[in-house]
Design a protein around this ligand. Structure first.
Ligand SMILES: Cc1cc2nc3c(=O)[nH]c(=O)nc-3n(C[C@H](O)[C@H](O)[C@H](O)COP(=O)(O)OP(=O)(O)OC[C@H]3O[C@@H](n4cnc5c(N)ncnc54)[C@H](O)[C@@H]3O)c2cc1C
Length: 459
């Protein structure tokens, strides 16, 4: 079985008289396991044309320095790697999309990375219908394309698990890029020019740079470190926030600096899927991550409460007027000024480092439901905070994770105040399971170090 990755999105003919093949890169900012790039090179070679790779830069609403600095670091590395392959790359900052259409129309064919979120899908549909050239989307950031693996909305993770593990045998065994035949420098843009474009961006929100360096090389380094030092203990320690046994790859996956295919292939080269640590990790990377892609693709309300199953809405509404022990404003939450030191610590972890520990993300969301008078308001605030501070925010995983906190993909539990039948989490649970004091000390030290030497903004 060959995994389908290439999807034709319009019915225009390839016009081989045009100037180049164009790869509009969005979430494939890497060389390794970049299936869109591979398809673009193969097509350019067939047509005997040069290849142009373009990153269209437009600041998304509420974009911030943290995200764009990480992106810039990865883009500059990608640009240098493409140069070594003889491929031209430009970052094009645009105010209106007419100029993008003009550029796309000069291409024999436009290739892009498959998009899952509303905004990504809107732009793909828009360009595909407006341009006078063939438009192709390539599945480049999931192991299995959402339309193939389970072509309707999944309600539970188990619906995907078996299908995914069965199909693992068909994963491409290796990956190599063909050499580019026509190495013509189409547009020249120096690194300094790219830096200047980014340095000129204005952000409304001031969020400090995260504790992560963007790019493909750093993603690869983290993957090696994970396989060697953390994977052997993953199942036991992955949920313990006082330790760090997660891969820390989510920001790199989100920006496309690494492919999930690379991660799976590398792990399975030296480990069996029957190893409990490997299975536990793949259950997150493949099942839960691909369930999140299914969720945003088939659920139009993926980022608001209306996606919730009827039982969850009903039970939360029934308990809407239950007395809350605390009723915090968004500002109090954002500034980590609650009565709960564990909650404040994880909020600070997110604000300072750009990545909160997975277990604390669940606790974090559950407590906002508990301390907000209106659970629908809580939903909105969680999406806002997650997308603003998490370096891996604005990702299908984030929308699915928040929805899960309100009962999505879960079953009803025993009834209790405020939550009704939705699963609840308590501070005493954290104390019972982990050395939560060690987590608090870790975050205190981070906060102190961050105050004493705040990260640089421009590098
Ligand atoms: C309220 C809430 C908000 C969340 N927000 C985000 C977010 O904005 N972005 C994000 O990428 N993840 C989010 N998650 C899911 C999860 O917490 C992170 O993916 C994980 O902590 C990332 O760290 P890691 O890469 O070190 O994970 P690892 O444990 O090393 O896992 C490897 C990879 O598997 C995937 N994965 C792990 N856990 C999950 C999960 N529960 N659901 C889907 N995929 C998963 C991720 O791609 C992750 O990078 C959220 C979860 C909750 C409960």
């Amino acid at each position: 079985m060959v995994l389908q990755r290439v999807f034709l999105t319009n019915d225009r003919q390839i016009d081989s008289k045009k100037e180049f093949v164009l790869y509009w890169v969005q979430t494939g900012l890497r060389i390794k396991d970049n299936y869109s790039l591979k398809f673009a090179i193969e097509t350019a070679n067939k047509l005997n044309k040069p290849l142009l790779v373009v990153f269209v830069l437009k600041v998304f609403p509420n974009g911030n320095l943290r995200q764009y600095l990480f992106l810039k670091q990865g883009l500059l590395e990608f640009k240098e790697n493409l140069k070594m392959l003889g491929i031209s790359f430009v970052v094009k900052k645009v105010e209106n999309f007419k100029e993008v259409i003009r550029l796309f129309n000069r291409a024999c064919l436009v290739v892009t990375d498959f998009g899952y979120l509303r905004r990504q899908r809107f732009w793909r549909q828009y360009f595909s219908s407006k341009i006078e050239t063939t438009f192709v989307e390539v599945e480049n950031n999931s192991v299995f394309n959402v339309k193939i693996i389970f072509p309707k909305k999944a309600e539970f993770a188990f619906q995907l698990r078996k299908k995914i593990f069965e199909r693992l045998a068909f994963l491409e065994k290796d990956f190599s890029l063909p050499e580019v035949r026509i190495k013509e420098r189409l547009f020249f843009q120096a690194c300094d020019e790219v830096k200047k474009i980014f340095d000129g961006l204005q952000f409304k929100e001031d969020v400090t740079p995260a504790f992560f360096i963007g790019g493909e090389a750093e993603a690869g380094r983290r993957l090696n470190l994970f396989i060697e030092k953390k994977l052997p203990y993953y199942r036991r320690y992955r949920s313990d926030p006082s330790k760090n046994f997660q891969s820390d790859l989510s920001p790199y996956l989100h920006f496309g600096f690494i492919s999930p295919v690379t991660i799976v292939r590398k792990i399975l080269k030296s480990h069996s899927v029957k190893d409990e640590n490997v299975f536990s990790f793949l259950n997150e990377l493949l099942v839960w991550r691909e369930l999140a892609r299914n969720f945003v693709y088939f659920e139009p309300n993926y980022d608001n409460w209306q996606n919730l199953p009827p039982w969850a809405i009903k039970t939360l509404d029934r308990h809407q007027s239950d007395r809350r022990s605390h009723d915090y404003s968004l500002e109090a939450l954002e500034k980590a000024k609650t009565h709960d030191p564990y909650w404040n610590a994880c909020q600070k972890e997110m604000v300072i480092t750009g990545k909160m520990h997975n277990y604390m993300r669940m606790y974090w969301a559950k407590k906002v439901i508990e301390w907000t008078k209106d659970w629908r308001q809580a939903y909105q605030w969680l999406v806002y905070l997650n997308d603003k501070y998490e370096l891996d925010g604005r990702d299908p995983n984030g929308y699915a994770g928040i929805a899960w906190s309100f009962g999505q993909f879960d079953h009803p539990w025993a009834e209790r105040p405020i939550f009704g039948l939705v699963r609840y989490m308590s501070a005493s649970g954290l104390e019972r399971k982990f050395n939560i004091g060690a987590y608090l000390s870790k975050i205190n030290s981070l906060e102190k170090a961050h105050k004493e030497s705040p990260p640089e903004r421009g590098s």
